[in-house]
Ligand binder design. Structure first.
Ligand code: TRP
Ligand code: SF4
Length: 426
């Protein structure tokens, strides 16, 4: 017997490799501990994470944490971008400090967009929609090219990254222009800069991304370790070592003193069970900051699944019929839903006998990801579809009405957002 899975549209099969080969952890393990989990969490659209425990702990204990993401201003903001915006906004509502980069350096160097286009698209497509979706003042919104803290940090990080490492991730070759490489390291600076002293210092920072973005996260986690003065490692049961090749001798001495560890030439051995790893890490961070280091925590990440394109296949900015833009005319958005691929059977008779296949239905996906907030209502759609009592024609009309309503409402809110840009320092 097959089990009913109302979240089946977001199949996890293709993603299991990420857990085994790349060490991404399952989000399920944290889910029960999260107060008011977002729809993407409840429905397993967000399926994996790195170090999200640190963010969750900060949420629960009301300690400082942040969420950050960036958008390359190259075209229309669509439902895929909306996912990231919602995830950032949710973290702001949980008490996080949030950061939004408009990656104009990347769009200029990699996609040849003029600075003016970057500015216009950045504001009109991404920022207005983020505000319309619920981003509140206090959010740090910036354009990479105009933001010195990130540009300065990217230069520092560049010292710790070399061509081979970056080309393995970004596919650089001898023909790649230098500014393209600079924009790649700038993305790492985007991710790490919320932990600079001027932004409140080291803290857990989550980057919500699609699963294909993991290489960037790994690169940045690596850079965080490499730029720090100290490396804290578990060497065995009850044995923690703090290595600090580049660190001043007095700093290492202070760590030995405060942890009760034994001081060697380039490291401290802590053999007691007096301190947990977290305590040692926190002492080391304090000492590192005192001696002028960054003391970055490795950035955390969450991974969401992708929506399929409305015509099947990938949802891609280069195929207008595959996505719905947040600025599509409501009637056009509704029409795209009516033309979308469903999990319906060839004939009505077959549909009644066998039921539909919501797991393969892009219309159902719109309900799961965007249009139905109530889990019970969604479950009803699922059950009726599988049971053969729901027919695709009606279901598409229902969904396209919801889509039209969403777009109308969103676009009204965008108009209001235009008057509010000043509140965000723009
Ligand atoms: N490179 C991302 C893109 O292509 C945009 C981006 C820039 C970004 N800086 C970031 C994403 C920091 C996440 C975090 O869309
Ligand atoms: Fe998709 Fe609705 Fe048809 Fe089921 S009835 S396959 S959910 S369009």
């Amino acid at each position: 017997m097959t089990t009913l899975d109302p979240w089946g549209a977001v199949k996890i099969d293709n993603y299991s490799k990420l857990f085994d080969e790349f060490g991404i952890s399952k989000f399920d393990e944290l889910l029960q501990k999260i107060p008011n989990p977002h729809r993407y969490m409840r429905r397993h659209v967000i399926f994996g994470h790195r170090s999200y425990d640190s963010v969750l702990e900060a949420i629960l204990c009301k300690k400082p944490f942040a969420a950050m993401s960036g958008f390359m201003p190259t075209g229309k903001a669509h439902l895929g971008h909306k996912m990231v915006m919602e995830e950032i906004i949710w973290h702001q509502q949980q008490g996080g400090d949030v950061f939004l980069a408009i990656a104009d350096m990347e769009a200029h160097a990699v996609r040849g967009k003029s600075w003016k286009e970057c500015r216009d698209l950045g504001i009109n497509e991404y920022i207005l929609s983020a505000i319309a979706l619920g981003l509140e003042p206090g959010a740090h919104i910036y354009f990479q090219s105009k933001f010195d803290p990130v540009r300065d940090l990217s230069f520092e990080l560049g010292i710790k990254a070399n061509y081979s490492e970056l080309s393995a991730i970004y596919g650089f070759s001898g023909e790649t222009n230098i500014s393209h490489m600079v924009s790649a390291i700038t993305q790492s600076a985007d991710i790490l800069h919320p932990q600079l002293k001027d932004f409140g210092g080291p803290k857990p920072v989550v980057i919500p991304v699609g699963s294909d973005q993991d290489p960037h996260i790994r690169l940045t986690r690596g850079l965080a370790y490499k730029t720090n003065l100290f490396l804290v490692e578990i060497r065995g049961e009850g044995h923690i070592s703090v290595r600090g090749k580049a660190a001043p001798k007095e700093a290492l001495k202070e760590i030995a003193k405060r942890t009760g560890g034994k001081l060697y030439e380039e490291h401290v051995d802590i053999l007691t069970l007096k301190h947990t790893l977290l305590e040692v890490e926190s002492i080391v961070r304090e000492v590192e900051l005192k001696y002028g280091g960054y003391a970055f925590m490795p950035p955390a990440s969450t991974y969401h699944k992708f929506m399929t394109g409305l015509q099947g296949g990938k949802m891609s900015s280069s195929i207008p019929e595959s996505f719905i833009a947040l600025t599509d005319k409501p009637e056009d958005g509704a029409k795209k839903v009516m033309r979308a691929i469903t999990g319906g059977r060839v004939t009505l008779e077959e549909q009644k006998k066998l039921g539909g296949e919501p797991d393969k239905c892009s219309v159902y996906e719109l309900l799961v990801y965007h249009l139905l907030e109530d889990d019970n209502e969604l479950l009803d759609v699922y059950t009726d579809c599988v049971g053969g009592t729901r027919v695709c024609g009606n279901c598409k009309r229902f969904t396209s009405e919801l889509m039209k309503g969403f777009l109308e409402d969103h676009q009204e809110k965008r108009e209001i957002a235009k008057e509010r840009l000043g509140e965000f320092g723009l």
